[in-house]
Design a protein around this ligand. Structure first.
Ligand code: CUA
Length: 348
């Protein structure tokens, strides 16, 4: 007997330490700032629908866990071995019990299936023409966004108006990718020659990270993008001004623009950037359209903050940041790179 008491005491001594070890995990779940790609803080109707199912399922699973584990612990305690106890009656099979423990889980699963199936059908619907239409095209390894109603083509950043439903028609130019906007909606795989749809209505404004979630080659992990949700006035102003022509320095002789002018010449000439990237609205080329690249929050498919330093490093040696990236840049001097950065920055 003293033996048993001692070992029990030893066991319970570890309980506070275990709870303490679990605390960081619980706190991690609460902090969405550090983990912006969390799905636990939905910021759109679609994400909220999915989150509701998760929460209902989690609550049901917790209740089941507590009941089952509680019954198990109770049985272990109540029917524990005692010194001199006789061997318990041996049984095999209990039809009533087996029917009950088959029916109860089946009933619980059916209860979870009802909202799940309802949400699957609801989220598979396609919004009407009043929604903002966006065509999403996956490329190795960046995302292209076209707004057919507005005649806008851009890349890396999907600008959306908060409070208005955005209807995405999604496909890919090459291999399979998967579009995931954790704060606003779920995941959708994209396939060549096929269109999948996804929609959401952003509830808040802000700049949110998003990510390709289907392995699509060497740089899959750096095939990110940003969702930039702005209020409707700001969105309308952005859309109205988007297709204004980019700055053209070729005929500009002012001294202040000398660096940008040199950059433009390199962009169109020695750098061969213009072979793949357009600085003009909606001109289709193989690389991401760079109109307004100067004011984007991120470059390199949403993976680098758009600072002059990052932009210069990216142009100097894209392979250093994204091994296997399809962008080929001929060797440029630091001064030439500075000029190209000045030219890109000028296209705000
Ligand atoms: Cu595209 Cu992974």
């Amino acid at each position: 007997m003293p033996d048993q008491t001692a070992s029990r005491r030893r066991l319970f001594r570890h309980v506070p330490a275990c709870l303490l070890a679990l605390l960081p995990l619980v706190l991690l779940a609460c902090s969405s700032d550090q983990y912006p790609q969390t799905t636990l803080h939905p910021r759109a109707d679609y994400a909220r629908e999915a989150d509701n199912i998760f929460r209902v399922t989690l609550i049901a699973a917790t209740v089941v866990f507590v009941l089952v584990e509680g019954a198990l612990l109770l049985a272990m305690w109540k029917f524990r071995n005692r010194p001199g106890a006789a061997e318990p009656v041996q049984t095999h099979g209990n039809t009533t019990l087996e029917i009950v423990w088959t029916i109860i889980p089946a009933f619980i699963l059916a209860m979870i299936a009802v909202p799940t199936v309802r949400t699957i059908f609801k989220t598979a619907t396609k919004p009407g023409p009043e929604a903002l239409q966006v065509e999403v095209i996956g490329h190795q390894w960046w995302w292209e966004f076209k707004y057919p109603q507005l005649g806008i083509t851009t890349a890396g950043e999907l600008k959306v108006p908060a409070g208005r439903t955005v209807s995405l028609e999604m496909t890919t130019k090459d291999v399979l990718h998967s579009f995931w906007v954790p704060a606003f909606a779920g995941k959708r795989d994209v396939f060549p020659n096929r269109y999948n749809n996804l929609w959401f209505k952003a509830e808040v404004t802000g700049n949110f990270p998003a990510q390709c979630v289907e392995f699509c080659g060497l740089q899959h992990s750096k095939m990110a993008y940003r969702i930039i949700s702005v209020d409707s006035t700001e969105f309308d102003a952005w859309a109205a001004g988007f297709n204004s022509p980019p700055p053209d320095f070729s005929a500009d002789t002012t001294a202040a623009n000398a660096e940008a002018r040199a950059g433009e010449a390199i962009f169109k000439g020695k750098g061969a950037c213009a072979g793949c990237h357009s600085m003009v609205p909606a001109l289709p080329l193989t690389g991401p359209n760079l109109h307004h690249v100067g004011s984007r929050s991120h470059i390199a498919a949403g993976t680098l903050v758009n600072t002059d330093e990052n932009l210069a490093g990216w142009i100097k040696d894209p392979q250093a940041w994204k091994k296997g990236v399809l962008m080929i840049v001929p060797p440029l001097t630091d001064e030439e790179i500075r000029s190209v950065v000045a030219y890109l920055r000028a296209n705000k």
